[in-house]
Design a protein around this ligand. Structure first.
Ligand SMILES: [Zn+2]
Length: 108
C-alpha cells in the first residue's frame, strides 16, 4: 500500500526538506523545530487543498497500482480511479478495509 497522502508519523522540515520519523506523542514543543537547521517541522502529509507529490500518481499507476478514491466529491482523479467511493474517509475507509480483509480471507 502506498500512502499517497503521506504519513502523520513522518515530519518534513519546511527549511531544509529533511524527512524523519517521529513517534513522540505529545510533542515536547509546538511547533517542533528541525534538529538540522532549526526550520519548522510539519507532518509529511498532503493537507486539504494541497497537491499530491508531482509524478507520484502517474508512476504508481504505470506500475500497476489499483487506485481507490474515497471522497464525497468528484475530483480530477476520479476518472483514473479503479474504485470510487463517494463518502467521507472516516466512514468509508474502515468499511472498505473490512470488506477487503473479508475478501482476502474467503479467497485464500
Ligand atoms: Zn531542516
Amino acid at each position: 500500500m502506498l500512502e499517497l497522502h503521506g504519513n502523520i508519523w513522518r515530519t518534513r522540515c519546511t527549511g531544509c526538506g529533511k524527512v524523519a520519523i517521529d513517534h513522540r506523542a505529545p510533542l515536547p514543543e509546538i511547533p517542533s523545530r528541525c534538529p538540522e537547521c532549526g526550520g519548522l517541522l510539519r507532518p509529511d502529509v498532503v493537507w486539504l487543498g494541497e497537491s499530491l507529490p508531482p509524478g507520484m500518481l502517474a508512476a504508481t499507476l504505470e506500475n500497476g497500482a489499483h487506485l481507490v478514491e474515497i471522497n464525497p466529491a468528484k475530483t480530477p482523479l476520479s476518472a483514473r480511479a479503479h474504485e470510487v467511493i463517494r463518502a467521507p474517509a472516516t466512514e468509508a475507509l474502515p468499511r472498505w478495509w473490512n470488506d477487503l480483509n473479508h475478501s482476502i480471507r474467503t479467497t485464500t
